[in-house]
Design a binder for this molecule. Structure first.
Ligand code: COA
Length: 320
């Protein structure tokens, strides 16, 4: 059995912050940001929370699927920015959508989180542990960035995306994942909850710190590698893939990956100009946009790939 996508959904907050708005906060400008990243705008939460956005995206995916929420057995929510440590955001989504029979938990692998959650749900389904799974990526990056650091605050946005999977007979899903904890310092988001019981440990701020060029090089090297690994497992060639749906961090990263793979950039859809990097949410938001535009046909081969803090990277190849 494999998990077929029965529904997709996404949610971004209505408040938009464009590059000119950012230029009023830090020393930057629209031209620099567009040229280096491809980003034009980002959507930023006001009153919304990560679990609220996740719930909204989930509702749309469930609605599209036509499946009764009571039939969902599993909710996996990839996030690194839940408003609560517990209850987990997946349980908040369960409550919001009335998925009374589901088990749910959060997974944190930063920007790679959704692809890992998707692969985990596929593994549950193929093992027969569940039949209907909701996989969500949701992040409120605006709560984590340092709004005085022009090197990072320009890159991120907030949002959520979801897919509803239902077990069916079908071609296997091929997947691969890696981590390199030794290089974790390249991209860190420190926790706010650091005070030990003695009070001796200092409270740290929750800002993102990043070696931008290090992360850029890592992504450009590792994403093509993992895509080739998955293709080898599937015994398929690059030109059999209809779409490469990559984590939307930076247009130049995606262009460099396409170039390394000697594959036309038109197979690499992008929406980061509008949303920036919404971390675990980028891949499912893009899947939902493509689905609602009618871009998918039954039998098409779709390659997902996520990469980010950890360092972590993952890929998944499935047939629509
Ligand atoms: N606006 C204007 N100038 C800026 C700026 C900004 N927002 N941010 C940095 N600069 C300046 C730097 O201070 C530096 O100035 P200097 O030469 O006078 O010292 C110059 O621009 C070049 O900075 P650098 O950091 O070398 O730029 P870059 O070409 O590496 O681009 C990133 C920076 C962050 C856009 C790029 O490294 C990147 O996208 N990396 C990947 C990050 C990422 O995607 N992370 C998430 C992965 S999940």
């Amino acid at each position: 059995m494999v998990g077929k996508i029965y529904g997709t959904g996404s949610y971004v907050p209505p408040r938009v912050m464009d590059n000119d708005d950012l230029a009023k906060i830090v020393d930057t400008n629209d031209e620099w940001i567009r040229e280096r990243t491809g980003i034009g705008r980002r959507h930023i939460i006001e009153e919304e929370t990560t679990s609220y956005m996740a719930g909204q995206a989930a509702m749309k995916a469930v609605e599209m699927s036509g499946i009764d929420p009571a039939e969902i057995d599993l909710i996996l929510l990839a996030t690194s920015s839940s408003e609560t440590v517990f209850p987990c955001a997946a349980c908040e989504v369960q409550k919001a959508i009335g998925a009374v029979n589901a088990a749910g938990y959060d997974m944190n692998a930063a920007c790679t989180g959704f692809v890992l959650a998707f692969n985990t749900a596929q593994a549950y389904i193929s093992a027969g542990f569940c039949r209907t799974a909701l996989v969500i990526g949701a992040d409120s990056m605006s709560n984590l960035v340092d709004w005085t650091d022009r090197g990072t605050c320009i890159l991120f946005g907030d949002g959520a995306g979801a897919v509803l999977l239902r077990a069916e007979e079908g071609e296997p899903v091929y997947m691969e994942a890696h981590s390199d904890g030794a290089k974790g310092a390249a991209l860190t988001g420190l926790s706010r909850h650091r005070k030990g019981w003695t009070g001796a440990q200092e409270d740290k701020e929750s800002y993102i710190h990043m070696d931008g060029q290090g992360v850029f090089k890592f992504a450009v090297r590792k994403v093509p590698e993992i895509i080739e690994e998955v293709l080898a497992k599937a015994d398929m060639s690059l030109d059999e893939i209809d779409y490469f749906v990559l984590h939307q961090a930076n247009r130049r990263i995606i262009e460099a990956v396409a170039k390394r793979l000697k594959t036309d950039i038109s197979k690499f859809p992008m929406n980061l100009e509008e949303y920036a990097n919404t971390s675990a949410a980028t891949v499912p938001i893009l899947l939902d946009e493509m689905n609602r535009k009618g871009m998918f046909r039954k039998g098409q081969k779709i390659m997902l790939s996520g990469f980010g803090a950890g360092l972590t990277w993952a890929a998944s190849l499935f047939q629509w």
